[in-house]
Write a protein that binds this ligand. Structure first.
Ligand code: ADP
Ligand code: ASP
Ligand code: MG
Length: 408
């Protein structure tokens, strides 16, 4: 007997027919005694549609009310999915995130899963039911529902699988695994059989949207392997695990892209201790995460300095509010907002201590005529901020440089 957590993303549950296909597939794969928990996302583009609907009512992000709205998307899919199983004569029950014991903390719209109390899920499984859980939502301490950031159903699935000691967490999606770059952008990208969780976390953080970064962190926390695979075929996908043999000799394992990296330049700050703190603490108070940061080197006896950094463009309106106020209060001279930028990155544990990776990446960009604005590095990645219009060309050029064997 095994316990499986299977997560199906938005495009996988986009129509009643697709839900029926999923139900049939789950039942076909189920062995006697297997216990199955299914986590689903909202159908198709429902979350985007709900966001658009809210923007027609108000252009301010009303965190709590927005989450009330967004959480309904997943509630539609769980109930329909449960009805689909029941129509096939199979006992099934739908549970919202709060009902399933997903305990959330942090801010509305980007809440974290702080704990999982899966007693109700276990009880329903004991009664022989397939349990269908709404992804992307949890219960805050104050009793409110909060959502877990875009792609957050992945986190629900991995956290449940971890807390329930499932044998496997399967992420079913519209691609058949994790590729060396987004296969919709780089047609000749190759599928990986396995990838380490640290490399996957870095890929995800740097924009590889196939897994939500927090879900990969939860996989690390709970030591649970994750199988990313196709909803529509039976092929083996990619296993995300602690240690893997594949790719041991590769310097770079993948190229990631993030079209949402927006650039902000804060100009004319007083060049004294504590100024950087005043800017970044004001942003942090508003739950705005800052990514690449560069402080300019003006003349050393200049009494002013500049700081350039990137944020996710969805935080742009909030950042404008915070920084425009600092400018109006005379704390900084000028703030320039730029959302035509994007970030391209290479990732691989094999680049640790190996010289020349950055040079090869910059060379590929240079030959493609793409200018680099900001560079940042971690032990296992190098990222460049470029113009958004160049992003697709950049990803392809860098992929060609590191994976010349992937024929076009
Ligand atoms: P779901 O709705 O199932 O959660 P997502 O759209 O969130 O699906 O994630 C799947 C998508 O991730 C794919 O369609 C693909 O375009 C994108 N993607 C980005 N980078 C990668 C990558 N390195 N490997 C595979 N898919 C990727
Ligand atoms: N429905 C949510 C979103 O579109 C969560 C998810 O799909 O994982 O971001
Ligand atoms: Mg997703």
């Amino acid at each position: 007997m095994s316990l499986y957590v299977k997560k199906f993303g938005g495009s996988s549950v986009a129509t009643p027919e697709k839900m029926l296909n999923i139900a049939n597939r789950v039942l076909r794969d189920r062995k006697p005694g297997d216990k199955i928990v299914i986590v689903v996302s909202a159908m198709g583009d429902t979350t985007d549609d709900l966001l658009a609907l809210a923007s027609k009512v108000s252009d301010i992000n009303h965190g709590r009310e927005m989450d009330m709205l967004l959480a309904t998307g997943e509630q539609i899919s769980i109930s329909l999915m449960a009805m689909t199983f029941r129509k096939l004569g199979v006992p099934a029950v739908s549970l919202t995130g709060p009902q399933a014991g997903i305990i959330a903390g942090g801010a509305y719209g980007k809440a974290t899963i702080d704990d999982v109390k899966p007693e109700r899920v276990f009880k329903e499984l004991e009664e022989g039911k397939i349990v269908i859980v709404a992804g992307f939502q949890g219960l805050m301490k104050n009793g409110d529902v909060a959502t877990l950031g875009r792609g957050g159903s992945d986190a629900t699935a991995v956290a449940l699988a971890g807390a329930m000691h499932a044998d496997m967490c399967e992420i079913f999606t519209d691609v058949d695994g994790v590729y060396s770059a987004d296969p919709r952008v780089v047609k000749n990208a190759h599928k990986m059989k396995e990838i380490t969780n640290t490399e996957m976390l870095e890929m995800a953080r740097l924009g590889a949207g196939v897994m939500q970064p927090r879900s990969v962190e939860l996989g690390i926390k709970y030591h649970i392997p994750i199988h990313v695979r196709s909803t529509f075929t039976n092929d083996e996908g990619t296993i995300i695990r602690e240690v893997c043999m594949e790719g041991l000799n590769e310097t770079v394992r993948g190229v990631a892209q993030d079209a949402h990296a927006a650039r902000i330049a804060v100009l004319g700050l007083r060049n004294v201790p504590g100024v950087a703190y005043s800017v970044f603490s004001a942003l942090a108070e508003d739950n705005i995460t800052v990514d690449m940061i560069v402080q300019s080197v003006r003349n050393s006896n200049d009494d002013k300095t500049d700081i350039v950094f990137t944020i996710d463009d969805t935080d742009m309106e909030d950042a404008k509010r915070v920084l425009d106020k600092m400018r109006d209060d005379g704390k900084v001279e000028e703030v320039i907002y730029d959302d035509d930028t994007a970030k391209v990155s290479v990732v691989g544990a094999g680049m640790l201590g190996k010289p020349g990776v950055a040079a090869r990446m910059f060379g590929a960009l240079g030959r493609a005529g793409i200018n680099i604005d900001i560079v940042s590095t971690s032990e296992i990645s190098i990222s460049c901020l470029i113009l958004r219009k160049d992003l697709t060309k950049a990803v392809q050029a860098i992929h060609d440089e590191f994976f010349p064997q992937d024929e076009k």
